[in-house]
Design a protein. Structure first.
Length: 245
């Protein structure tokens, strides 16, 4: 059995975004922080940092947030950006405010364009993030695209060829799978994550993407009941489903 990591309560709650260590000390002095139903008296108490921490540790009777490693699945709405550096509303603005100051920080696993909706993973687990986006793993990403012009019938062979070159690049794309859903609608599965890849692939065959939505990453699909802008916390086993392909 691996030994649970122990952390001082004030540091742990400060890292989860509940305020400064002084703020946490004030909460403890006011008897607002309980461990298994009993008010904690000492903010320096050492706590075992385990995934089931929210079952034991409460603030004003409300379970604390799960400690790192945390993996979230979000239904990214249109018009919201994934990067901390871009202007405009960010995916992080759709999460509880304290999650923006968690340490370790949350980052998106890859990015979706502002004009793309659908499944985005957000995590503070660098190892998980790198495993998902690693070019060596070829984790499939599935997109539904709406197009400006009717499909010609040649796109599937071109995308599957492994020879398609995107403008400005030196290496051909790996084979991708196209499923035609309608005259101007298709599902595309890619195993790379090049910049604006799906839009540039359709541009390379003379079309234009007018709507793009990510349905799935590996074995993890966007739940039908997860509304745009909403998120869910994944268990470690649910997050690992990404690699079940
Ligand atoms: N490909 C794109 O062109 N845009 C995205 O957001 C994702 C994949």
């Amino acid at each position: 059995m691996t030994k649970a990591l122990m952390a001082r309560l004030d540091r742990l709650l400060a890292n989860l975004g509940y305020g400064s260590r002084r703020d946490v000390q004030a909460l403890v002095s006011a008897g607002k922080v309980t461990l298994d139903g009993v008010a904690i008296k000492d903010a320096g108490l050492k706590i075992a940092v385990t995934a089931d921490l929210p079952d034991h540790l409460k603030i004003r009777g409300v379970p604390v947030d799960p400690p790192a490693p945390l993996v979230l699945i979000m239904h990214k709405p249109l018009g919201v950006v994934c990067s901390h550096r871009e202007d405009g509303e960010r995916i992080y603005d759709l999460l509880p405010r304290r999650w923006q100051i968690r340490d370790p920080a949350l980052s998106s696993v890859g990015r979706l364009d502002k004009d793309t909706s659908g499944l985005i993973l957000i995590t503070d687990d660098g190892d998980f993030l790198h495993r998902v986006i690693s070019p060596k793993r070829h984790v499939p990403k599935v997109y539904r695209a709406v197009l400006d012009r009717p499909l010609t019938g040649t796109e599937d062979a071109i995308f599957a060829s492994g020879t398609l070159m995107l403008e400005g690049e030196e290496k051909p794309l790996l084979p991708a799978t196209l499923e035609v859903l309608g005259e101007r609608e298709a599902r595309l599965t890619i195993t790379e994550g090049r910049y604006h890849q799906v839009r540039r692939m359709f541009a390379a065959v003379g079309n234009h993407v007018t709507g793009l939505h990510r349905e799935r990453i590996g074995g993890l699909a966007l739940p039908d009941d997860l509304a745009a802008g909403d998120h869910q916390i994944l268990t470690a086993a649910q997050a690992e489903a990404v690699f079940d392909v």
